[in-house]
Design a protein around this ligand. Structure first.
Ligand code: NAD
Length: 336
């Protein structure tokens, strides 16, 4: 190997090991040591380097998986359909490029219909209903294996234990985000301060720490919320709608909550307008969001676009600019 190749190899190893440590702290311990913007920067550096040297991609690289392995405290759940992550667009130009790629791949020049959704800052869960009853709830984990958190999910009031359908399908998996309202987060931290206990860094950490409690009684006291954003595995006795938006309406009619902010738009300019509007209203929303998720509405087009390693090609998370500072994460004693 030449010196240059040695260098690239070393750089790759350094980034992979750093990112793996950060993943562990974030996903398993719910206790990040760096702000998301720093994590995102390193992740991007690794992806770019791997793109330049595809022969050096290893199966254990953090780019080849979604999150981190489940904690040993919970039983393992294997996701029959993997729970993927989303690609990110960090700015306007990257969003425009995403839309261009979608148009090119589909060989289409007219405006694509997208669904714009708030990117809730919580954690992804899968809810499995069998014959109408909630039989299993799981975290995303590394995308193929998550943790069985059924007892904890049952304590969340907006998650129905039974679907509102006379003839429920044999199986239907609903996916969505468990999160904590800003008000619940503030009340929780106020209590912690009064008791001289550690406070949570942000609602996302509070939600993750609360859902992943081994004692569901603690979760029950934490006031968690849930919004659904997609379906996973569905048995063929359920007739699925042909667009993502209509599927969300189906989810609503099953009795699960979907955010009222979800909108259908046409073309990139309307995606960008939605983004600016919700960014301006961000502080007045009851929950924290860290961006907008844009999804191609037609399921047929989604299927034509398909997936790459860890994310669909038909969706992108357009992230808000970084708000947090390292100092916010340092200097305060956080609770897990
Ligand atoms: P992501 O947060 O970029 O996007 C995917 C997730 O978005 C989904 O899994 C889902 O949980 C969520 N989501 C919210 N609303 C959604 C909607 N309407 N539709 C679909 N999905 C929706 O990806 P990720 O893999 O969950 O997390 C990666 C991010 O986590 C990083 O970009 C970084 O910001 C942060 N992170 C930080 C650290 C750290 O140490 N600070 C470590 C690891 C990850």
């Amino acid at each position: 190997m030449t010196n240059k190749a040695d260098n690239v190899q070393e750089q790759l190893e350094r980034l992979r090991s750093l990112i793996s440590d950060y993943n562990y702290q974030y996903y398993v311990l719910d206790d990040p040591s760096v702000p998301d913007s720093e994590y995102d920067r390193l992740y991007r550096e690794l992806t770019q380097l791997e793109n330049k040297h595809p022969d050096l991609i290893t199966a254990d690289s953090p780019t080849q998986r979604v999150g981190a392995k489940p904690d040993s405290g919970f039983a393992e759940v294997v996701h029959e359909l993997p729970m993927l992550s989303l690609d990110n667009a960090m700015d306007h130009d990257e969003m425009v490029n995403f839309n261009r790629r979608v148009n090119e791949r589909l060989g289409q020049s007219s405006d694509i219909e997208y669904v714009c959704e708030p990117k809730l800052d919580g954690l992804a869960v899968s809810l499995l209903y069998e014959d109408g009853l909630l039989t299993r709830a799981a975290t995303r984990g590394d995308g193929s294996q998550g943790e069985n958190i059924t007892l904890n999910a049952r304590t969340i009031r907006s998650i129905p234990l039974k679907l509102r359908l006379e003839k429920p399908p044999k199986k239907i998996e609903v996916r969505g985000e468990v999160f904590m309202l800003k008000s619940a987060f503030e009340a929780l931290n106020d209590d912690a301060r009064e008791q001289g206990a550690k406070v949570f860094a942000n609602p996302r950490n509070a939600a993750a720490g609360s859902l992943r409690q081994l004692d569901p009684q603690i979760t029950a006291k934490r006031n968690l919320s849930f919004y659904a954003y997609s379906m996973g595995l569905v048995s063929d006795d359920f007739e699925l709608a042909e667009s993502h938006f209509d599927r969300l309406q189906q989810i609503k009619s099953l009795g699960l909550p979907v955010s009222d902010e979800v909108k259908v738009v046409k073309g990139i300019s309307e995606c960008l307008a939605y983004y600016s509007d919700i960014l301006q209203r961000r502080d007045s929303l009851e929950y924290e969001i860290d961006g907008v998720v844009n999804k191609v509405n037609s399921i047929e087009l989604q299927e034509r676009l398909g997936f790459v390693a860890r994310a669909p090609r038909w969706a992108i998370a357009h992230k808000f600019p970084a708000q947090e500072e390292v100092t916010q994460l340092l200097g305060v004693d956080f609770q897990v």
